[in-house]
Design a binder for this molecule. Structure first.
Ligand code: ADP
Length: 256
């Protein structure tokens, strides 16, 4: 679709000169539609935990609090839903930051960055008795936006841990290959069906809503990864086998 704007250059004079601006609006409309869909999705996703918190708090106030068992059970739900709300807000902010132009480009040690991220997952790694292997040259440095790369690694590692089986493995590998930086996160988890593999990068998309929700997932982790990778002119791919495991690979161009 093409829109035309006519601007009179000499308003109020006999002389009529006009500048005709033609531009393709299909692209703009699509962006507008995507933004509207996103706002709709965000509102829906935020409303769900809020509705639940309000409902359970109201029931408690109306007398259910007098039963100690119900009190504990409902407070737990309110607590879980509040945490979920916090996670959603954190992820939505991360997504909006990933679209902003702010950059933190510096040279950093890749192994240090991976180890820092792993540290924050220590509890879950231990609880699930996972074996984590990091194969990164201790001298490997990358010049890139460290905040963005760190968020990419964090989201991929979070998933590799959450969707893993007890006693499973997580392998993080990074190297320079053919003039590019390549990082892969491999797990021995539940895997992702071929049909789902393209959709998982969509905002709010979750393969199994019920299960993902129990894990505190928001469906935004991979959308954030995709957006960050795109902003760094890189690419992200997934290869997975159901019941065997999944590998995400991120490739970034080297900046001078
Ligand atoms: P979530 O917050 O639900 O984890 P993500 O955007 O990070 O959202 O992932 C989208 C969906 O992709 C998840 O709900 C999950 O079903 C699937 N997924 C992501 N990473 C993995 C993985 N490593 N193994 C299996 N499934 C995964």
């Amino acid at each position: 679709a093409v829109d035309a704007s006519v601007v009179s250059l000499n308003p109020g004079t006999d002389q009529f000169q006009a500048l005709v601006i033609l531009y393709d609006v299909t692209y703009l409309r699509r962006i507008e539609q995507m933004q509207m869909d996103f706002v709709g999705n965000v509102s829906h996703e935020l409303k769900t935990p809020v509705t639940s918190i309000t409902g359970f708090a109201e029931t408690l106030l109306n007398g259910a609090k007098d039963n100690p068992e119900t009190l504990t059970q409902f407070l737990q739900i309110i607590y879980d839903e509040s945490r979920r709300l916090t996670q959603l807000i954190t992820d939505i902010l991360a997504l909006s930051r990933s679209e902003s132009g702010t950059t933190h480009v510096r040279s950093f040690n890749v192994l240090e960055l991976v180890n820092q991220t792993l540290g924050s997952l220590d509890q879950t790694v231990q609880a699930k008795k996972l074996q984590v292997t990091v194969t990164v040259d201790p001298n490997l440095t990358l010049k890139s936006d460290s905040v963005k790369v760190s968020q990419i690694v964090r989201n991929l590692l979070n998933n590799a841990v959450f969707y893993n089986r007890d006693g499973g493995q997580v392998t993080v590998h990074a190297e320079m290959l053919a003039g590019q930086f390549r990082l892969s996160v491999q797990d021995t988890g539940i895997g992702i069906e071929t049909d789902e593999q393209q959709r998982i990068f969509e905002r709010f998309y979750r393969v199994d809503k019920a299960r993902s929700r129990n894990n505190g997932g928001t469906g935004l982790g991979l959308a954030i990864v995709a957006e960050l990778v795109r902003s760094l002119d890189g690419s992200v791919s997934v290869s997975s086998q159901l019941g065997v495991g999944t590998t995400f690979t991120v490739t970034l161009p080297l900046s001078d």
